[in-house]
Design a protein around this ligand. Structure first.
Ligand code: ZN
Length: 215
């Protein structure tokens, strides 16, 4: 049986900038998937995650930084649409159950300076590209795999000290308020104890009103 649950909406303010990559064309699918399912550029998270973000605010302010939120809750419908556009294995989790984004317990983030300029990181947050999708469709994985190395915390190439410093700063900030980093994606952070967070489904009506459900 389904029961309705409440997710917290995070809005842009002096500490956060909500700019969901899948609400825009500039992502690996070249299409605004979140607009198509009616979510748009709205950032919803579990209340535990909202609490962590709230605890982060004074730390960001002290460092004169802003957190750019590139992804948060992902409706299962959007997940399946993304899988349909890029069906190759290796791009997305196998099912919504396996993606913490669909449980409202994960965020993809980066940092902005006082002038809202993005700090340099080893690679783009959406570290995938149409060209990789085309190559993989032909069975050529080498370029894609080389590119994904830059998303990992053990990527420490010489000459990229600033990028690595920013990556580590982001990790320290997020971990200090309780997030868990993912070793192969510097921008992705989960809540701990993922068994506490069930899959969240949603219904979005024509007026954009969103209701969330768990089984
Ligand atoms: Zn993520």
């Amino acid at each position: 049986m389904k029961s309705e649950v409440h997710l917290v909406e995070i809005k842009s303010d002096q500490c956060f900038w909500v700019d969901l990559m899948y609400a825009k064309n500039e992502n690996m699918m070249r299409t605004p998937v979140y607009q198509k399912v009616g979510l748009g550029n709205r950032c919803f998270v579990h209340q535990d995650l909202a609490q962590c973000l709230s605890n982060l605010k004074p730390l960001l302010q002290k460092k004169h930084l802003k957190l750019k939120i590139c992804d948060a809750y992902r409706p299962p419908e959007a997940f399946w649409l993304m899988k349909k556009i890029i069906p190759m294995e290796g791009f997305f989790a196998l099912s919504p159950e396996r993606s913490q984004h669909c449980h409202a317990s994960a965020v993809d983030v980066t940092l902005l300076d006082e002038s809202d300029r993005e700090l340099k990181f080893p690679c783009a947050v959406d570290a995938y590209d149409e060209k990789f999708a085309l190559q993989i469709a032909r069975g050529q994985w080498d370029d894609f795999k080389a590119h994904l190395q830059k998303a990992k915390y053990d990527w420490n190439d010489l000459g990229f000290e600033k990028e690595i410093e920013h990556r580590n700063l982001l990790r320290n900030l997020m971990e200090s308020v309780g997030f868990v980093a993912l070793e192969h994606e510097w921008w992705h952070f989960n809540l701990p104890n993922k068994e506490k967070y069930p899959l969240v489904d949603c219904s979005i009506d024509k007026n954009g009103e969103i209701r969330f459900f768990i089984e």
